[in-house]
Design a protein around this ligand. Sequence first.
Ligand SMILES: [Ca+2]
Length: 224
Amino acid sequence: MADYFSPRVDRYFASGVLLGAFFAPTDMARADLMAFDVSGTLYAANMSTQTIEKISPTGVHLGTFASGLGNAYGVAFDPDGNLYVADYSGKIHKLLPTGTELGIFATAGLVTPRGVLVYGMEVPPVPVLEAAIRIKPGSSSAPINPKSRGKIPVAILSSTTFDAPAHIDQSSLTVGPTGEESSLTFCDAAPEDVNADGFADLPCHFYTQTAALQIGSICIVPGK
Ligand SMILES: [Ca+2]
């Protein structure tokens, strides 16, 4: 969800509960309209800078994808990965997947276009499994010392419908405020049922310093 008057994009759980700021750079005053490409990279039109900005699937600002787009508002991809940009000054720009502008796609009939859609591009969403994080379950206090040079053990629990050791791509696991931290040390070769529910879980270990946890910041554990 882009907020017009503050430079950030927030993310919500499917339930509507606020997950937190997904993307909040100070150099994007107006992240208005956005579109995902097939890899999950987000493209946000910024009318104030006349640019399209790229944001990684974990919310890292990857820089400017294309510039000189007038009053860039709406964005939409076609099946070939070309990007169409609605320019409020009266035209639709067409960009190649590289970001190079192919030219003006249309001007006829356009006065102040803001939104643009490509017919048939409604892509089924990638299934997302949301899981809660419990720190030191069973303990009355749950401190983590961010200055520790040790490792944080994290167990990914299995269930009747989810086999963590079999389904998790271990190389995709991270722990940290952005999800970009290369904090994984290793996962145990042998699965272990850490919560004694009969399902073997995946114990993993993350470098505490690389995870760079801070008081008051969120911690996310993305993985595929
Ligand atoms: Ca278990």
